[in-house]
Design a protein around this ligand. Structure first.
Ligand SMILES: [Zn+2]
Length: 173
């Protein structure tokens, strides 16, 4: 996959590093060492509208996985183009063997409205490659999402069919 974005710009994952030395290598095919790196690079891919990267780093058993790759890519692109990616705040990161969780706040704006959300993402390493498995979402900034298991989960404009996705996520738990 090629990236035509300015290499010297600040990385959209908000690391403070240049894109070139942060998430770009992953977007070009390098495997992230940690699930946290994968999570950051997926956030950057959403911000830069790179649906292929999202698709290739999603676990086939993920509730978000869609076999209609074209349609899926279109939905991701739509999401990316309607959202302003304001910031990324990592609240927690745990890795144990082939499993990892990252809890983060995605600071997002849509039509001048704050559509930020907190997500606890689950990752699994398959054949040496970290993949996104699923996510527990809550609207707004919810710093205690990590420790409290039973927060009300609200639908979010995540992939175009928020309610369906949410129900699928809930069914998995
Ligand atoms: Zn980055």
């Amino acid at each position: 996959m090629k990236s035509e974005h300015d290499k010297t710009m600040p990385c959209p994952c908000q690391s403070g590093k240049q894109y070139e030395v942060c998430c770009r290598p992953f977007h070009l095919g390098e495997k992230p060492d940690t699930a946290l790196q994968l999570m950051r690079s997926r956030f950057a891919a959403y911000a830069l509208c790179m649906p292929d990267y999202i698709i290739h780093t999603t676990h086939p058993a993920s509730p978000q996985f869609c076999h209609e790759a074209k349609e899926w890519a279109q939905k991701i692109a739509e999401f990316s183009s309607h959202i302003e990616f304001k910031g990324l705040e990592i609240l927690g990161f745990q890795e144990s063997g082939s499993f990892a969780t990252v809890t983060f706040v995605a600071h997002l704006m849509q039509d001048q409205k704050d559509v930020s959300f907190t997500e606890k993402s689950y990752f699994e390493k398959v054949k040496g490659k970290w993949l996104y498995r699923s996510g527990q979402l809550s609207q707004g900034r919810v710093p205690n999402l990590m420790t409290t298991g039973q927060l009300p989960l609200l639908p979010l404009a995540y992939y175009g069919h928020p309610i369906n996705n949410l129900q699928r996520i809930l069914r998995q738990q």
